[in-house]
Ligand binder design. Structure first.
Ligand SMILES: Cc1ncc(COP(=O)(O)O)c(C=O)c1O
Length: 363
């Protein structure tokens, strides 16, 4: 630090993965075993995830984007098909549809909850609609019953539950609601493996197709045949080992996030738009994203104070790949006002105080 330079003391990071002794031990054991991939930790993580979500199967893959891609391919979605995608989401939700050769049809979101507008989905259904990507954005469960009732039975509901491990819709875990659930284990997610993801499903055929496609398309029946070429979307044992102790501590991690969210709500409720789940649902608190005016100025000013804030996520109709479908007002509003605050299972009350003081001073 140069003399006279403006020192930013103790930066508060946007996210802080909760990786402790158990994770270090688990990773060290895999390194010592010499089997870094395709070993026993993959199945162990899969059993833990399936048990946490309550599905018959969980298939571990390289990341959340791979989970989305393979879930759609396993459902035989491809050229000529339309898949409805909320316009305010991480771009991977729509990219996965396009990577399958299908058309991503953007629909608007509710700019208060950030999740899809059920009436907009209903209006977008055509004879070509095969599926809806149901994004429980930032961990907030979508109105599942409302959505199911709004689209014909033939339309598949695929959950983008990238940030919703642990979230519940009226008691049912996100990831167990649709024909397939897609999880991410990126470091900003509740459980992390550095990079990683999983597809959860009760459908044995979907699970088997995902297993084949993540490993070059090689048949799982022992024949070693490849009927349809696949990918290398495997998740290494060493990364699975990192995730297992965290899935075991899922309730503890959720409790830490619920506490941090409650501290923010106490200080910010009524002053800015604060997030919440619908009555009877459990928020997964992947991120704590508020709604403010002057979002861009606040981003710059808070960062200058060492408080690592971030935009919420993307309005897809602002991106070159999807621009032909806009503008969508709810997504634009969500994009322009959303501000993600520093948030983790280990966030302290002092950190929340410092973030809120800096924010409230500027309102
Ligand atoms: C809603 C949503 N979908 C998909 C993804 C993609 O997950 P990954 O980064 O693990 O590929 C993310 C990651 O941020 C996400 O937030």
């Amino acid at each position: 630090m140069l003399c006279g330079e403006n020192r930013v003391s103790d930066p508060i990071r946007l996210a802080r993965p909760d990786v402790g002794e158990a994770e270090m031990r688990a990773v060290a054991e895999v390194l010592a075993s010499g089997q870094l991939t395709m070993g026993p930790k993959v199945a162990e993580l899969e059993r833990a995830i399936a048990s946490a979500v309550g599905t018959r199967d969980a298939v571990a893959v390289a990341n959340g984007t791979a989970a989305l891609h393979l879930a759609l391919l396993a459902l035989d979605i491809g050229p000529g098909d339309e898949v409805i995608v909320p316009a305010y989401t991480f771009p991977a939700t729509a990219n996965a549809v396009r990577l399958c050769g299908a058309d991503a049809v953007l629909v608007d979101v509710d700019s208060d909850t950030f999740v899809v507008d059920v009436a907009a989905v209903e209006a977008a259904v055509t004879a070509r609609t095969r599926a809806v990507m149901v994004v429980h954005l930032f961990g907030r469960p979508v109105d599942w019953s409302g959505l199911r009732a709004a689209v014909p039975e033939r339309v598949l509901l695929v959950e983008d539950a990238a940030g919703a491990l642990g979230a519940r819709y009226r008691g049912t875990p996100c990831g167990a609601l649709g024909v397939a659930g897609c999880l991410s284990f990126h470091p900003r997610k509740i459980v992390t493996t550095g990079e990683g993801g999983a597809v959860t499903t009760d459908d044995a055929a979907v699970a088997d197709a995902v297993r084949r496609l993540r490993h070059h398309g090689i048949a799982t029946d022992g024949s070693a045949d490849i009927a349809v070429p696949g990918f290398n979307y495997r998740l290494a044992d060493v990364l699975c080992a990192l995730g297992i102790p965290q899935v075991e501590r899922l309730e503890e991690l959720l409790a830490g996030r619920e506490q941090a969210a409650a501290w923010y709500e106490q200080r910010l409720g009524g002053r800015v738009g604060t997030p919440s789940a619908a009555e009877g649902d459990r928020h997964g608190w992947q991120a704590y994203v508020i709604r403010v005016d002057r979002r861009d100025e606040l981003l710059t000013e808070l960062r200058a104070e060492g408080i690592e804030v971030q935009i919420g996520t993307y309005a897809l109709d602002r991106l070159g790949a999807y621009r032909d479908q806009g503008p969508l007002d709810g997504a634009r509003r969500a994009y322009e006002h959303a501000l993600a605050l520093p948030f983790a299972a280990t966030t302290t009350e002092e950190e929340v105080d410092r973030v809120c003081d800096a924010l409230l001073r500027r309102l």
